[in-house]
Design a protein around this ligand. Sequence first.
Ligand SMILES: [Zn+2]
Length: 219
Amino acid sequence: MGSQTIREELCKYARKTVSNKLVVGPGGNISARLDGKMYLSPSGFALDEIEPEQWVEVDIESGSVQDKGLRPSSEVLMHLYAYRVNPAIGAIVHTHPPYCIAFTLVERTLPVMFPDQAALVGKTTYVPYVLPTTDKLADAVAAEVNDYSTILLGNHGLVTTGRNLREAYYRTEVVEESAKIYLIARAIREPKALTDEEHREIASLESEAYRIQLLQKMK
Ligand SMILES: [Zn+2]
Protein backbone atom coordinates (compact mmCIF):
# COMPACT_ATOMS: atom_id res chain seq x y z
CA MET A 1 0.00 0.00 0.00
CA GLY A 2 1.26 3.49 -0.85
CA SER A 3 0.83 6.75 1.02
CA GLN A 4 -1.84 7.90 -1.46
CA THR A 5 -4.02 4.89 -0.61
CA ILE A 6 -3.63 5.49 3.11
CA ARG A 7 -4.48 9.20 2.68
CA GLU A 8 -7.68 8.29 0.84
CA GLU A 9 -8.59 5.70 3.42
CA LEU A 10 -8.04 8.26 6.20
CA CYS A 11 -10.50 10.60 4.44
CA LYS A 12 -13.07 7.82 4.24
CA TYR A 13 -12.97 6.95 7.94
CA ALA A 14 -12.68 10.62 8.96
CA ARG A 15 -15.96 11.30 7.15
CA LYS A 16 -17.57 8.33 8.89
CA THR A 17 -16.62 9.67 12.34
CA VAL A 18 -18.44 12.92 11.55
CA SER A 19 -21.50 11.42 9.84
CA ASN A 20 -21.92 8.95 12.70
CA LYS A 21 -21.68 11.77 15.27
CA LEU A 22 -18.58 10.41 16.98
CA VAL A 23 -17.12 13.93 16.89
CA VAL A 24 -18.56 17.39 16.38
CA GLY A 25 -16.89 20.51 14.97
CA PRO A 26 -13.08 20.35 14.75
CA GLY A 27 -12.84 17.72 17.53
CA GLY A 28 -11.04 14.39 17.35
CA ASN A 29 -8.02 13.18 15.40
CA ILE A 30 -7.14 10.11 13.34
CA SER A 31 -3.89 8.61 12.11
CA ALA A 32 -2.48 5.61 10.30
CA ARG A 33 1.04 4.18 10.17
CA LEU A 34 2.97 3.35 7.02
CA ASP A 35 6.70 2.58 6.70
CA GLY A 36 7.92 4.38 9.82
CA LYS A 37 5.70 7.42 9.24
CA MET A 38 2.31 8.31 10.58
CA TYR A 39 -0.28 10.29 8.67
CA LEU A 40 -2.25 12.46 11.09
CA SER A 41 -5.17 14.85 10.78
CA PRO A 42 -4.10 18.51 10.61
CA SER A 43 -4.91 20.89 13.46
CA GLY A 44 -7.99 23.09 13.16
CA PHE A 45 -9.94 21.07 10.58
CA ALA A 46 -13.23 19.24 11.02
CA LEU A 47 -12.37 15.63 10.18
CA ASP A 48 -14.75 15.54 7.20
CA GLU A 49 -13.10 18.62 5.63
CA ILE A 50 -9.64 17.10 5.19
CA GLU A 51 -8.44 16.43 1.63
CA PRO A 52 -6.13 13.45 0.96
CA GLU A 53 -3.03 15.65 0.52
CA GLN A 54 -3.67 17.49 3.81
CA TRP A 55 -2.95 14.59 6.19
CA VAL A 56 0.32 15.53 7.91
CA GLU A 57 3.24 13.13 7.56
CA VAL A 58 5.24 12.74 10.79
CA ASP A 59 8.32 10.54 11.25
CA ILE A 60 7.47 8.21 14.15
CA GLU A 61 10.98 7.83 15.54
CA SER A 62 12.14 11.46 15.36
CA GLY A 63 8.75 13.18 15.53
CA SER A 64 9.78 15.48 12.70
CA VAL A 65 6.96 16.86 10.60
CA GLN A 66 7.12 17.02 6.85
CA ASP A 67 6.23 20.67 6.48
CA LYS A 68 3.56 21.45 3.91
CA GLY A 69 2.30 24.47 5.83
CA LEU A 70 -0.22 22.54 7.95
CA ARG A 71 0.29 21.78 11.62
CA PRO A 72 -0.44 18.25 12.87
CA SER A 73 -3.27 17.73 15.36
CA SER A 74 -2.54 19.05 18.86
CA GLU A 75 -2.73 15.41 20.05
CA VAL A 76 0.34 14.52 17.96
CA LEU A 77 2.24 13.21 21.02
CA MET A 78 -0.54 10.80 21.95
CA HIS A 79 -0.37 9.23 18.49
CA LEU A 80 3.45 9.21 18.34
CA TYR A 81 3.92 7.61 21.76
CA ALA A 82 1.31 4.92 21.06
CA TYR A 83 2.97 3.90 17.77
CA ARG A 84 6.39 3.90 19.44
CA VAL A 85 5.43 1.59 22.30
CA ASN A 86 3.30 -0.87 20.29
CA PRO A 87 4.60 -1.80 16.82
CA ALA A 88 1.39 -3.81 16.12
CA ILE A 89 -0.73 -0.65 16.03
CA GLY A 90 -1.48 0.41 12.46
CA ALA A 91 -4.11 3.07 13.11
CA ILE A 92 -5.48 5.26 15.91
CA VAL A 93 -8.90 6.89 16.13
CA HIS A 94 -9.52 9.54 18.80
CA THR A 95 -13.08 10.85 19.05
CA HIS A 96 -15.46 12.58 21.46
CA PRO A 97 -18.51 10.29 21.30
CA PRO A 98 -21.39 11.57 23.48
CA TYR A 99 -22.35 8.30 25.19
CA CYS A 100 -18.70 7.51 25.96
CA ILE A 101 -18.18 10.94 27.50
CA ALA A 102 -21.44 10.64 29.49
CA PHE A 103 -20.28 7.21 30.69
CA THR A 104 -16.94 8.58 31.96
CA LEU A 105 -18.75 11.24 34.00
CA VAL A 106 -20.41 8.57 36.14
CA GLU A 107 -18.52 5.27 35.68
CA ARG A 108 -15.08 3.86 34.92
CA THR A 109 -15.44 0.17 34.11
CA LEU A 110 -17.43 -0.62 30.99
CA PRO A 111 -18.65 -4.23 31.31
CA VAL A 112 -18.60 -6.62 28.35
CA MET A 113 -22.32 -6.99 27.65
CA PHE A 114 -22.99 -8.44 24.18
CA PRO A 115 -21.35 -10.61 21.51
CA ASP A 116 -20.16 -7.90 19.05
CA GLN A 117 -18.48 -6.08 21.89
CA ALA A 118 -16.84 -9.27 23.18
CA ALA A 119 -15.58 -10.26 19.71
CA LEU A 120 -14.42 -6.92 18.32
CA VAL A 121 -13.38 -4.98 21.41
CA GLY A 122 -13.13 -7.06 24.57
CA LYS A 123 -12.23 -5.15 27.70
CA THR A 124 -12.01 -1.36 27.63
CA THR A 125 -9.78 0.57 30.00
CA TYR A 126 -10.16 4.01 31.51
CA VAL A 127 -7.71 6.88 31.97
CA PRO A 128 -8.71 9.66 34.41
CA TYR A 129 -8.98 13.20 33.10
CA VAL A 130 -5.74 14.99 32.28
CA LEU A 131 -5.30 18.16 30.31
CA PRO A 132 -5.71 17.40 26.57
CA THR A 133 -2.78 17.91 24.15
CA THR A 134 -0.17 17.44 26.91
CA ASP A 135 2.54 14.81 27.23
CA LYS A 136 0.71 13.73 30.41
CA LEU A 137 -2.21 12.52 28.29
CA ALA A 138 0.19 10.97 25.76
CA ASP A 139 2.03 9.11 28.55
CA ALA A 140 -1.22 7.92 30.15
CA VAL A 141 -2.51 6.52 26.84
CA ALA A 142 0.85 4.99 25.86
CA ALA A 143 0.89 3.14 29.21
CA GLU A 144 -2.32 1.27 28.20
CA VAL A 145 -1.91 0.53 24.48
CA ASN A 146 -0.08 -2.75 24.93
CA ASP A 147 -2.91 -4.18 27.05
CA TYR A 148 -6.02 -2.55 25.58
CA SER A 149 -7.19 -1.48 22.13
CA THR A 150 -9.92 0.78 23.52
CA ILE A 151 -9.31 3.51 26.11
CA LEU A 152 -11.96 5.77 27.63
CA LEU A 153 -10.59 9.21 28.54
CA GLY A 154 -12.36 10.63 31.60
CA ASN A 155 -14.40 13.80 30.85
CA HIS A 156 -12.95 13.78 27.35
CA GLY A 157 -13.64 10.92 24.93
CA LEU A 158 -12.26 7.71 23.48
CA VAL A 159 -9.08 6.36 21.86
CA THR A 160 -9.14 3.14 19.85
CA THR A 161 -6.33 1.35 18.06
CA GLY A 162 -6.29 -1.37 15.44
CA ARG A 163 -4.03 -3.14 13.02
CA ASN A 164 -5.62 -0.98 10.38
CA LEU A 165 -8.06 1.93 10.14
CA ARG A 166 -11.07 -0.25 9.60
CA GLU A 167 -10.47 -2.17 12.81
CA ALA A 168 -9.70 0.97 14.87
CA TYR A 169 -12.77 2.72 13.46
CA TYR A 170 -15.21 -0.15 14.09
CA ARG A 171 -13.92 -0.46 17.62
CA THR A 172 -14.89 3.19 18.14
CA GLU A 173 -18.42 2.49 16.88
CA VAL A 174 -18.78 -0.60 19.07
CA VAL A 175 -17.52 1.11 22.25
CA GLU A 176 -19.90 4.03 21.67
CA GLU A 177 -22.76 1.56 21.15
CA SER A 178 -21.72 -0.27 24.34
CA ALA A 179 -21.69 2.93 26.40
CA LYS A 180 -25.12 3.81 25.02
CA ILE A 181 -26.58 0.39 25.82
CA TYR A 182 -25.04 0.46 29.28
CA LEU A 183 -26.49 3.88 30.10
CA ILE A 184 -29.97 2.93 28.84
CA ALA A 185 -29.98 -0.27 30.90
CA ARG A 186 -28.40 1.42 33.94
CA ALA A 187 -31.28 3.90 34.07
CA ILE A 188 -33.46 0.97 35.15
CA ARG A 189 -31.13 -1.19 37.26
CA GLU A 190 -27.62 -2.63 37.42
CA PRO A 191 -26.99 -4.18 33.95
CA LYS A 192 -26.18 -7.87 33.61
CA ALA A 193 -22.77 -8.30 31.98
CA LEU A 194 -21.42 -11.37 30.18
CA THR A 195 -19.42 -13.63 32.47
CA ASP A 196 -15.71 -14.12 31.70
CA GLU A 197 -16.58 -17.60 30.46
CA GLU A 198 -19.30 -16.32 28.11
CA HIS A 199 -16.80 -13.74 26.84
CA ARG A 200 -14.17 -16.43 26.20
CA GLU A 201 -16.71 -18.66 24.42
CA ILE A 202 -17.46 -15.90 21.93
CA ALA A 203 -13.77 -15.34 21.29
CA SER A 204 -13.43 -19.03 20.42
CA LEU A 205 -16.42 -19.16 18.04
CA GLU A 206 -15.35 -19.89 14.51
CA SER A 207 -17.87 -17.47 12.99
CA GLU A 208 -16.59 -14.65 15.18
CA ALA A 209 -13.01 -15.43 14.23
CA TYR A 210 -14.13 -15.08 10.65
CA ARG A 211 -15.68 -11.70 11.38
CA ILE A 212 -12.52 -10.49 13.08
CA GLN A 213 -10.51 -11.66 10.10
CA LEU A 214 -12.81 -9.69 7.82
CA LEU A 215 -12.27 -6.56 9.85
CA GLN A 216 -8.52 -6.95 9.68
CA LYS A 217 -8.46 -7.24 5.92
CA MET A 218 -7.53 -3.99 4.28
CA LYS A 219 -10.05 -2.68 1.79
ZN1 LIG B 1 -9.88 14.94 22.31
